[in-house]
Design a protein around this ligand. Structure first.
Ligand code: PGA
Length: 260
């Protein structure tokens, strides 16, 4: 696990975009795991720029999104399919047939979850997984109490998550209660993970995820167990980390040491 602290959100988005761009150049049929929410917006904007201005080619890339609200179709502005089209897919040369998001309108939720898992497996597995972190420490919609070995499944949202997502729906009472989300175990199988977190409001939960115990109370803490995870933070989100200076020193100096 590596903690990388960038001066601000823009610099962090640039860092993540560069990682994705290099990975696509090395493997044009890269499999990307994608997140929604406010956190990855700048990253997606930067990937769109790279496509437009540097010819970054998404034509063979496959994507899997983490989650979707049940009951919302692709044309509902609150759905994650809609979010992904608006923020990324409609602006790059990706093949829509290779962009997988759980179907919020499925009439067989259990089958949809199984199919989603087997599609990830069939794709060869996720090369880079992008994550945000919820105020309660969730990754995907793996709310506190989720099994750290969980797979893609049907999940009920907690009220704090419904509150955090209320704006998009014009009030907490309108936020769907049920979702499909990949599991913590599914996420753990990604080859590399980049978790983004920005702003002071994320500082305490980032501290718990990075420096607290591994616990289902903070499902992001399971990433401490993952072989290649970067917590990519701005200064504000890193402000409560007790080893903050150490992480900065290590990031700035360790490559220089190897190049000596
Ligand atoms: P946010 O949501 O990016 O809108 O803060 C993150 C999450 O809930 O996972």
């Amino acid at each position: 696990m590596e903690v990388i602290i960038q001066p601000d959100e823009k610099a962090a988005a640039e860092w993540a975009a560069q990682q994705i761009a290099s990975a696509i150049e090395a493997k044009p049929n890269l499999v990307l795991g994608l997140a929604t929410g406010n956190t990855p917006r700048k990253l997606y904007r930067r990937l769109v720029d790279m496509h437009r201005n540097q010819g970054l080619d998404f034509s063979a890339v496959t994507t899997f999104n983490l989650d979707e609200y049940l009951g919302l179709g692709p044309d509902h502005p609150g759905s994650y399919r809609y979010f992904m089209r608006e923020n990324l897919f409609d602006h790059i040369n990706i093949n829509p047939k290779l962009c997988y998001i759980p179907n919020g309108l499925t009439d067989d939720v259990l089958q949809e979850c199984e199919t989603f898992e087997s599609r990830i497996e069939g794709s060869g597995g996720i090369d880079i997984q992008i994550l945000g972190i919820g105020p309660n420490g969730h990754i995907g919609f793996n709310e506190p109490g989720s099994s750290l070995g969980s797979r893609t499944r049907f999940k009920a949202l907690t009220e704090d998550t419904r509150l955090a997502n209320a704006e998009m729906f014009g009030g907490q009472e309108n936020v769907p209660r049920f979702v499909i989300t990949v599991g913590v175990g599914t996420i753990q199988e990604a080859r590399r993970i980049i978790l983004l977190a920005f702003g002071e409001q994320k500082a305490e939960i980032v501290r718990q995820a990075v420096e607290g115990p591994i616990t289902c109370e903070v499902t992001a803490s399971a990433l401490q167990w993952h072989r290649s995870t970067v917590f990519l933070l701005d200064e504000a989100a890193a402000s409560k980390l007790k080893r903050r200076d150490y992480y900065k020193y290590a990031y700035e100096h360790k490559w220089k040491y190897l190049q000596k």
